[in-house]
Design a protein around this ligand. Structure first.
Ligand code: HEC
Ligand code: HEC
Length: 219
C-alpha cells in the first residue's frame, strides 16, 4: 500500500507538470506568433515612423512608442474609418489614413501596437523655441484631469500619454483640435473631450508655453 502510494505521487506530479508545460507552450507560441505578425505589419510603418518607432520629422510622423495599446488601436480605428485624417486640411493625417487600411483586422491593430510598445520609448529632443515652461505649468493644471500631473495619460479617459513625443507634433495636434481638423467628427467621442480644452489655448504662444512645460515632464 505504502509503495503504491509513493509510486502514484510522482506520477501525478509529473502529469501536472506535463499539462502545465503543454498549456504554457500553447500560450507562448501564440504570443510568439502575434509578435512575428506585429513585426511583419510594422514593416509598412517604418518609412515614416522609423524602425525604432520614434517618428520622423520630415514625414510629419510622430513617435509611437510612448503610447498605450488602447490608444494606438483606437487611433488606428479612427484613421481607418476616416474619423481622423480625412479632413481636407489635415496634411499629416491624410498621409496616415491610407496606411491604416493595411491593417485588416482588430487583431492586426493589436499585434502591430504590441510590437510598437516592445520597441521601448525614450525622451525626444525639443525643437520649438519661445515657449515658457513656467507659464506653461499654470496652463497645464487644466490638462492634468485627463493627461495626469505626470503627463502619462489615462486609458480610462482615452487620453494619451504626452511624454517622449515630438514638440512639433503636439503643436500641430493642438492647432488641429482647435480648428476642427481633428476631433470634430460627430462620432469622435474622445476627440470631442479634447477639443474644448484646445479652445482654452487662446493663441500659439499659450500652446508653445504648455508644450515647453510638457517637455519637462518624464521619468
Ligand atoms: C506615409 C507615412 C506614414 C506611414 C507609412 C505610416 N504612418 Fe502613421 N502617421 C503618419 C503621420 C504623418 C501621422 C501624424 C498624423 C497627424 O498629424 O494627425 C501618423 C500618425 C499615426 C498614429 C497616431 C499617433 C498619435 O499620437 O495619435 C498612429 C497610431 C500611427 N500613425 C500608426 C501607424 C502604423 C501602425 C503604421 C503602419 C501600419 C503607420 N502609422 C504608417 C504617417 C505615416
Ligand atoms: C477632458 C479630458 C482632457 C483634458 C482636460 C485635456 N485633454 Fe488632451 N486629450 C484628451 C483625449 C481624450 C485625447 C485623445 C483624443 C483622440 O482620441 O483623438 C487627447 C489628446 C491630446 C493630444 C494629442 C496627443 C497625440 O498623441 O496625438 C494633445 C497634444 C493633448 N491632448 C494635449 C492637451 C493639453 C495641452 C491639455 C491642457 C490644455 C489637454 N490635452 C487637456 C483628453 C483631454
Amino acid at each position: 500500500m505504502k509503495s503504491s502510494r509513493s509510486h502514484a505521487e510522482p506520477f501525478s506530479t509529473k502529469s501536472i507538470a506535463l499539462a502545465l508545460a503543454l498549456v504554457f507552450s500553447i500560450f507562448s507560441s501564440a504570443a510568439a506568433h502575434a509578435d512575428a505578425r506585429g513585426e511583419q505589419l510594422y514593416r509598412n510603418c517604418t518609412i515614416c515612423h522609423g524602425p525604432d518607432g520614434q517618428g520622423i520629422a520630415l514625414q510629419l510622423a510622430p513617435a509611437l512608442t510612448g503610447l498605450s495599446e488602447k490608444y494606438l488601436v483606437e487611433q488606428l480605428k479612427k484613421f481607418k474609418s476616416g474619423m481622423r485624417g480625412s479632413h481636407p486640411d489635415d496634411v499629416a493625417g491624410l498621409r496616415m489614413l491610407p496606411m491604416s487600411q493595411t491593417l485588416l483586422t482588430e487583431e492586426d491593430m493589436v499585434a502591430v501596437s504590441r510590437y510598437i510598445i516592445s520597441l521601448g520609448s525614450s525622451p525626444i529632443e525639443a525643437t520649438l523655441e519661445g515657449g515658457d515652461p513656467v507659464k506653461g505649468q499654470a496652463t497645464y493644471a487644466t490638462c492634468t484631469a485627463c493627461h495626469g500631473p505626470d503627463g502619462k495619460g489615462n486609458d480610462l479617459l482615452n487620453s494619451p500619454s504626452l511624454l517622449n513625443q515630438h514638440d512639433w507634433y503636439h503643436l500641430t495636434q493642438l492647432k488641429n483640435f482647435k480648428s476642427g481638423v481633428r476631433g470634430a467628427n460627430p462620432q469622435d467621442i474622445a476627440g470631442a473631450q479634447m477639443r474644448p480644452m484646445s479652445m482654452l489655448l487662446t493663441d500659439e504662444q499659450m500652446m508653445l508655453d504648455v508644450i515647453a512645460y510638457i517637455q519637462t515632464l518624464g521619468d
